[in-house]
Design a protein around this ligand. Structure first.
Ligand code: ADP
Ligand code: MG
Length: 245
């Protein structure tokens, strides 16, 4: 792709004890690109995301974000975490705080914004994810799909350079999946750089620039969605697709 790289992994290897969980990973994600990562359970998709956010250390290789190597620790690491928004399967909102407080908290603590400035930004983002009317509610008063949209707003509030989504709809009831995917679609359209682990193949087909297929800790295919879905090359991908499509 003829755009600047935002995330670059070169020869990345990671072990959990004996388990070689990421094997010689080479992956470049350009600015504004949407990369969907799919693959069987245990193939290393979550570990890949956690590695990009420096929640996991690697044993060899390099990872760069916007041209800079990932920092090891301290303030630089906190700054990196703010620049890499992450949304997980479980939303992990603070139960005893309102929606607007949930979205505002890290803006004050990490970004150093004043409380009223943070709340103003929170309201803008809640509007954007379709939750303007719910700002004063507590998480337990919201559906799972609404809570996940709060989690997305919370990550966006850090003004991240990239958003990582690790199976953001896997814990949701089926009727709530689309409202979350629609928010993600609109982010993609607006040019957000995104790495999305998902089993939602409709999303992959319509939003992804590339599909990365992982198996056993390796990237087995890295292709345009149409190519991948209609002409998978590897037996692993053919087998995987035959099970889910
Ligand atoms: P995926 O997200 O594709 O299902 P994961 O990245 O979660 O895969 O896991 C890849 C492999 O690493 C699996 O075999 C899993 O059991 C193992 N694993 C994940 N986290 C840990 C950990 N903290 N300690 C040891 N093994 C782990
Ligand atoms: Mg996972």
């Amino acid at each position: 792709m003829a755009v600047d790289p935002l995330i670059e992994l070169r020869d990345v290897n990671k072990y959990y004890g004996e388990l070689h969980v990421l094997q010689d990973i080479d992956l470049t994600v350009g600015k504004g690109e949407v990369v969907v990562v799919i693959g069987p359970s245990g193939s290393g998709k979550s570990t890949l995301c956690r590695t990009i956010n420096r929640l996991e250390t690697i044993q060899s290789g390099t990872i760069r974000l916007d041209g800079q190597p990932l920092p090891e620790e301290g303030k630089a690491l906190a700054r990196l975490r703010a620049e890499v928004g992450m949304v997980f399967q479980s939303f992990n909102l603070f139960a005893h705080k309102t929606v607007v407080q949930n979205v505002s908290l890290a803006q004050v603590k990490v970004r150093g914004r004043k409380k009223d400035e943070a709340e103003r930004r929170s309201h803008e983002l809640l509007e954007r994810v379709g939750l303007a009317a719910h700002a004063q509610k507590y998480p337990a008063q919201l559906s799972g799909g609404q809570q996940q949209r709060v989690a997305i707003a919370r990550a966006l509030a850090m003004d991240p350079k990239v958003m990582l989504f690790d199976e953001p709809t896997s814990a949701l009831d089926p009727e709530m999946i689309n409202e979350v995917l629609e928010v993600m679609q609109s982010l993609a359209r607006e040019g957000m750089t995104m790495v999305v682990v998902t089993h939602e193949m409709g999303f992959a087909r319509s939003a992804a620039n590339r599909v990365v297929f992982m198996a056993d800790g390796r990237i087995v295919e890295d292709r345009a969605p149409e190519d991948f879905f209609t002409r998978p090359e590897s037996d692993r991908a053919k087998d995987f697709l035959s099970k889910i499509l």
